[in-house]
Design a protein around this ligand. Structure first.
Ligand code: DHB
Length: 311
């Protein structure tokens, strides 16, 4: 059998293959992070953290529907100090460790990121500027002036490769504005897309909302793949070549993984599909992805990455 080389890298960090977990589901506690460590996930990504521990929004705060899910968890996490203790304990899994940061202000993000910068076991830092579920806080990624300031101020203290978790953009003018900001910054990778914020799912039978926070409005995952692919494709066209792209949104099969790479992603993250199953999902996706590559008679990612044809 022909040997496949699935290796990829993000900001100079090597990944054995391009599939790992998204910040969000089942990556809050040490036990959950250890489970990801023993799984076939190519990296260990943690839940976005804040200065203080948070319980998050009231329940029910998650609802699965056909093809996707809606949720408004409200950043439940252990607080960054706990992750300073946990990350070094994950090194034995020998895969990249990615911290996600979602402080409530520039200052909070600076505090967390300066401390994370001192932890040698952390490989990459993803700054989340797109959380849609904090009551009373708009998504930073839709405020371009504030995003520019945030990125510049974080760049001053971050000593690790810095990534940005972006919200989905829907207008080419907005892609252009954000790409210009990123191209003129120290950001070395982007992750797109976060859940499509403020969706509303209706329980037809009972004529009511399905989640409690924010009067039923929440981030939608799963059925968002066309937007995820579009954001990856557009940012690949607009960003500097040395800025890596991690695709996320609606990946349930190996074919989905392939499509993201075809659109220009260097790696992918798994959110809703992981939420709806368990760590076996990484093995399943990896096997399916390998099969797709073999069927198409490729042997390494560079043969099809960013090679989507236009008709
Ligand atoms: C949450 C949701 C997000 O989409 C995100 O980026 C961060 C946090 C949440 O509800 O916990």
């Amino acid at each position: 059998m022909i040997k496949l080389n699935l290796k990829t890298s993000i900001a100079g960090k090597d990944f054995e293959h391009p599939i790992f977990n998204a910040s969000g589901p089942k990556c809050i506690t040490r036990e959950e992070l250890e489970e990801i460590g023993v799984s076939r996930s190519a990296g260990i990504m943690a839940k976005s953290c804040t200065i203080k521990p948070r319980d998050g929004n009231p329940s029910p705060r998650h609802f699965d529907f056909c093809g996707g899910a809606i949720g408004s968890y409200g950043l439940p996490n252990l607080g960054y100090k706990k992750y300073l203790e946990i990350f070094p304990q994950l090194k034995s899994y020998c895969k990249p460790i990615i911290a996600s940061v979602s402080g409530m202000s520039i200052e909070e993000n600076q505090t967390i990121i300066s401390e994370f910068s001192k932890v040698s076991e952390i490989d990459l830092i993803e700054l989340n500027i797109s959380c849609p579920n904090i009551i009373g806080k708009p998504q930073v990624g839709y405020d371009f002036d504030y995003s520019k300031k945030m990125i510049a101020e974080i760049g001053k203290v971050c000593k690790k490769p810095l990534g940005l978790k972006l919200p989905p953009y829907f207008d080419f003018a907005h892609f252009n504005t954000m790409a210009k900001i990123i191209n003129n910054s120290k950001v070395s990778f982007v992750t797109c897309i976060n859940s499509v914020g403020n969706g509303l799912y209706v329980d037809f039978e009972n004529e009511c909302t399905v989640i409690k926070p924010k009067k039923g409005f929440g981030g939608v995952g799963g059925i968002i793949k066309p937007f995820g692919l579009a954001n990856v494709r557009k940012f690949r066209e607009l960003l500097r070549d040395d800025i890596n792209i991690v695709g996320v949104g609606g990946i349930f099969t190996g074919k989905d993984v392939f499509e993201y790479l075809l659109c220009g992603a260097d790696a992918v993250q798994i959110g809703t599909a992981f939420m709806q199953s368990n760590t076996q999902i990484f093995e399943k996706l990896l096997l399916e992805f390998k099969q797709v590559i073999q069927d198409k008679e490729y042997t390494r990612l560079s043969q099809f990455k960013n090679k989507l044809k236009e008709i």
